[in-house]
Design a protein around this ligand. Structure first.
Ligand code: FMN
Length: 203
């Protein structure tokens, strides 16, 4: 069957939050949340900072698995701690992931452009990869951060007139950061919604 990432809601050019699982040369499994950009029906790219196990493992093995899940525990443990062995399937995918796809690296490149607030000397590698297998355990769409920011921004907007000057400043600051992220990762309808909120704030 032809691999088609749109089956899990991934659109070309858009970024999704996933958990990438990898193995090191001793076959020890590791997982970490990573933003993955869909660059075609069977192609993706991601930017991974130097110093992570994930990058080291991908550089060594040239392969990795992208797991699609909405489970906050999986995101929390794999960010702050290490995901224990019993959370992984034999093939290295994460148990209970709604879907996962296996990737084979086609290119590594030093990352140059950085549009986020990471300090300029935070070095990263851009990894381009081809999807070699897609497994869908149940219907699921890859998670995109845009919509959550629109909802948060709207919730703050409705409170704006009810709060003091210090809180107003905080809301504006948060809105600007939210808009930066939505412009980077969101869908056109979310970008439009943020523009409207900005207009209403008069900023
Ligand atoms: C939602 C989310 C998305 C993330 N995206 C990336 C990313 O795209 N690139 C990256 O280098 N780190 C990203 N991180 C940070 C890594 O997951 C984090 O540094 C992790 O601890 C690395 O673990 P490791 O050393 O086991 O690979 C992200 C974290 C979260 C919570």
């Amino acid at each position: 069957m032809k691999i088609d990432l749109s089956l899990i809601g991934m659109e070309k050019g858009r970024q999704y939050e996933t958990i990438i699982s990898t193995v090191n040369l001793d076959k020890q499994k590791n997982a970490a949340p990573i933003g993955v950009i869909c660059s075609g029906s069977d192609k993706i790219l991601c930017r991974i900072f130097k110093g992570s196990h994930t990058l080291d493992n991908i550089l060594s093995t040239k392969e990795f698995i992208v797991n699609i899940t909405y489970d906050p525990e999986l995101f929390q443990i794999s960010t702050i701690e290490n995901l224990p062995k019993n959370y992984f399937n034999e093939d290295g995918s994460i148990i209970n992931a709604g879907a996962y796809f296996k990737c084979s690296v086609s290119e590594f490149k030093e990352a140059i452009k950085q549009s986020d607030p990471i300090k300029k000397d935070g070095e990263a590698i851009v990894i381009k990869a081809k999807v070699t297998d897609l497994v869908i355990n149940y219907p699921i769409k890859a998670f995109n951060r845009g919509f959550g920011y629109v909802i948060e921004s709207l919730a703050n907007f409705t409170r704006y007139e009810l709060v003091d000057e210090k809180q107003k400043k905080k809301y504006i600051k948060e809105f600007k950061e939210a808009q930066r992220i939505v412009n980077k990762v969101g869908y056109p309808s979310e970008i439009k919604a943020m523009k409207e909120i900005k207009k209403r704030y008069g900023i």
